[in-house]
Design a protein around this ligand. Structure first.
Ligand SMILES: *[C@@H]1O[C@H](CO)[C@@H](O)[C@H](O)[C@H]1NC(C)=O
Ligand SMILES: *[C@@H]1O[C@H](CO)[C@@H](O)[C@H](O)[C@H]1NC(C)=O
Ligand SMILES: *[C@@H]1O[C@H](CO)[C@@H](O)[C@H](O)[C@H]1NC(C)=O
Length: 669
């Protein structure tokens, strides 16, 4: 895919242990012996520790929770964590009474057999996941004998992506009971040097935060630690039931004295590129807005509100137009017009008068918008060094005019001809998100879900801000011929201010003395080339702080990026190509122990002379097209964190959400 990338640059997790049964206070009252504080129904969670180690944007996170069963009988203890959607689980272990049961990453098909065997033996340990806005839920339950201890340890990894000028780790804190040793720590190592580091918690007062939180950074290292005592956990003012509950957010950025930074470790390199201070390239933007009947009410109001805010930010050099579609297509102007104050004033009136009506004709609306941009590009009125963007917002599936997804995709692909990106915003859940995503990806853009919520206008506006300031177009990242193998995506249609281009690969010759890279792009005024040359000896010196570096982080970062890009490519691939991409993705997922849509994490715990198996899978944003069919999990889940699924529900079918999945059920190795 093209241009800067903005999957939520967010890392989130929630850790806690849920104990079914008694309400907390009742459990405490019924305690026979004098039990430690925080014991609920016999279970004490005496430690929850989240340790995030970030090296050059690559985050390695370990969540450890320890519990003991003080009751006289066996109890079920479950471990719930929420992970960022963009993360891959890489390890999970269960330790019961000192014996550790490791998790193994297996091909889904193999995991399925193992799981079914366990099920047929009447023993299941379910692992359920569902997704919220930014999170996927991981749950596992085990029986813990009277007096026994259990430790859950989950590891996940993720490349933090830069978004509006910062990297963000979004940790959801929600222990379900008081935890004696509760701790979040983050150690950040950035070879470019850290320029800002902040941490905030939405759920406790500043006073409390300042006593439980420490944060510091200096040079290349940053540290954040949050250790609320039992008293502090009890006195959280905004939390129901006096427990911690809320968002804990760490944000940071690095120094950018030079537009690029290259790091090389163990034969793998990563190249970060984010130039500062370039003039903004003027843009021609067409907003293609769904005004069908289903947009009626709040959605329409929020869309109008967002468009009005966006109009305030449009620069005078930009050209724009609005295309509204329902059963038919109406346009504000016949051609793109410059964003002069008069035209913006007129555009505001137009937006305020938008009314919803009728059906959904995506095909005609998109083709109209694209042809307008094509025409503008050919005409004198648009500046030579401008760039074009189509932003479509829809809340439903096409149902009038051409409504076959494949055909719309083909029409749009042919009309755009690779010249500019298409961004598809899917409003709510009642739509074929996979289709929107495939269409955007094959036109160098991306799809984003807009959650139907009170802040939908802010989400829409936020998306626009990300693409509002292109600094470079047609960006090519080049390395000397034959010097690099296994290169990740190295051409991007746009580089947007506040984002970052990341390219990784393997050196063909590990003993080379110097490394050279060129980044070429068209700027607002002229064509630019940024050359990066480095001496390998200097590089080694610069990366000496070994204690902060997990040795192969660049190789893992490369594997993460490669898998992510292969999965994206897979969405629009067919036949042999798809098999080939799938096979490559699977091989990498297994080699690097990533739980991707093609693999599962399997933990088998012997129990009562039989085996209990848990499986961790990864769902996908597109109505869970990747959730494995074997568990009968719903394909389409309500994507709100409040409606998390528990238990194996019956499948809820969405007609098209199974399209485009890249799972491996037909693949045999
Ligand atoms: C998984 O975690 C366990 C416990 O920390 C560790 O012993 C094991 O080596 C890890 N496995 C992998 C593949 O990293
Ligand atoms: C995929 O295709 C390429 C050539 O197109 C081939 O070199 C490679 O071996 C194939 N990979 C797999 C895993 O089949
Ligand atoms: C339990 O798992 C172990 C290791 O995978 C295996 O050797 C053993 O046969 C299994 N037992 C049963 C009852 O399935």
């Amino acid at each position: 895919m093209a241009s800067a990338r903005w999957p939520c640059l967010i890392l989130a997790l929630l850790s806690g242990v849920a104990v079914s049964g008694f309400p907390r206070r009742l459990g405490r009252l019924l305690g026979k012996r004098s039990l430690p504080e925080g014991v609920v129904d016999g279970i004490e969670v005496y430690g929850t520790k989240v340790h995030c180690k970030v090296t050059s944007r690559f985050a390695h996170n370990v969540i450890t929770t320890r519990a003991v069963n003080h009751a006289d009988t066996a109890k079920e203890v479950s471990f719930n964590v929420e992970l960022p959607k963009t993360a891959f689980i890489t390890n999970f272990t269960l330790t019961i009474d000192g014996v550790t049961y490791p998790g193994n990453v297996k091909e889904k098909e193999v995991a399925k057999k193992q799981y079914e065997k366990a099920v047929s033996q009447g023993k299941t340990a379910g692992l359920v996941k569902a997704s919220g806005r930014k999170l996927e839920k991981f749950t596992v339950s085990v029986n813990v004998a009277a007096g026994s201890k259990v430790t859950f340890e989950l590891t996940y990894e993720e490349l933090l992506k830069r978004h509006k000028g910062k990297y963000e780790m979004y940790l959801k804190v929600q222990p379900k009971q008081l935890v004696k040793h509760f701790e979040i720590t983050a150690d950040i190592f950035e070879p470019q040097g850290i320029s800002t580091l902040d941490a905030e918690a939405s759920f406790i007062t500043n006073d409390l935060l300042s006593s439980a939180l420490t944060k510091s950074f200096s040079g290349k290292k940053g540290h954040v630690s949050f250790k609320p005592s039992l008293d502090q956990q009890r006195s959280c003012p905004t939390c129901t039931d006096s427990l911690l509950k809320g968002d804990f957010i760490i944000t940071y950025d690095v120094n950018r004295e030079s537009p690029a930074n290259v790091q090389i470790v163990n034969g793998y390199f990563v190249h970060f590129f984010a130039p500062q201070g370039l003039p903004v390239v003027p843009k021609n933007v067409v907003f293609v807005i769904d005004v069908s009947g289903s947009m009626h009410g709040r959605k329409m109001e929020q869309t109008k509100d967002a468009l009005l805010k966006i109009l305030e930010d449009v620069k005078e050099d930009d050209y724009l137009n609005f295309i509204l579609f329902s059963g038919g297509v109406t346009t504000w102007k016949d051609t793109l017009v410059q964003a002069t104050p008069e035209n913006i004033q007129e555009a505001r009136k137009f937006v305020m008068n938008i009314r919803d009506q009728g059906m959904t004709n995506i095909n005609d609306a998109l083709l109209k918008g694209i042809s307008m941009l094509n025409k503008a590009r050919e005409e004198y009125r648009v500046l030579e060094r401008s760039t074009s963007i189509v932003i479509m917002l829809t809340d439903g599936d096409a149902n009038v005019g051409e409504s076959r997804p494949e055909k719309i995709q083909e029409n749009v692909r042919n009309a755009i001809g690779g010249k500019f990106p298409l961004y598809n915003l899917g409003f709510g859940n009642n739509l074929n998100y996979n289709f929107l995503e495939r269409m955007a990806l094959e036109n160098h853009g991306l799809a984003r879900r807009i959650y139907e919520d009170s802040d939908a206008n802010v989400q829409l506006q936020g998306f626009y801000e990300e693409v509002a300031n292109p600094l470079l177009t047609d960006v090519e990242v080049e390395y000397p011929e034959n010097a690099i193998l296994d290169l990740t995506q190295n051409s991007y249609q746009h580089f947007y201010d506040g984002s970052e281009i990341v390219v990784a690969g393997r050196l063909a010759d590990e003993d080379m003395n110097s490394f050279k890279a060129d980044v070429k792009g068209h700027g607002a005024i002229n064509d630019l080339t940024f050359t990066e040359e480095l001496d390998m000896k200097e590089m080694e010196k610069a990366l000496k702080e070994r204690d902060y570096i997990f040795g192969n982080y660049i190789e893992r970062l490369w594997a993460y990026l490669t898998i992510e890009q292969l999965l994206e490519k897979c969405k629009n691939a067919h036949g042999e190509e798809k098999e080939n991409l799938t096979a490559q993705t699977l091989d990498l997922s297994l080699k690097y122990h990533f739980v991707t849509p093609l693999t599962s994490m399997v933990v088998t715990k012997p129990e009562d002379n039989e085996n209990k198996t848990a499986i961790a899978d990864k769902p996908g944003e597109g109505g869970h097209s990747f959730s494995d069919p074997l568990h009968g999990l719903p394909d389409q889940l309500p994507a709100s964190p409040d409606t998390l699924l528990r238990g194996w529900g019956p499948p809820l079918h969405h007609p098209s959400s199974r399209e485009g999945r890249c799972h491996l059920l037909q693949h045999r190795r």
